[in-house]
Design a protein around this ligand. Structure first.
Ligand SMILES: [Zn+2]
Length: 62
């Protein structure tokens, strides 16, 4: 499967919290959709902000 729709940072996806860039989104990263924009958090930041993310998302998302 090719992801031709790349609206993320060129060459990779950056963590919305710490700016860490990954060329492919690891399974440990968490995506959060805010105002039609998808943000990604690395595993470290996801662990710290997981509560905030959960509060913003509908429970059905999980
Ligand atoms: Zn991060």
């Amino acid at each position: 499967m090719d992801e031709t729709n790349s609206e993320s940072t060129a060459g990779g996806t950056a963590c919305a919290a710490c700016g860490k860039v990954a060329h492919a989104i690891p399974l440990t990263w968490v995506s959060s959709r805010e105002n039609g924009e998808t943000r990604y958090f690395c595993d470290t930041c996801a662990r710290e902000s997981i509560r905030a993310i959960e509060q913003r998302l509908d429970s059905s998302w999980w």
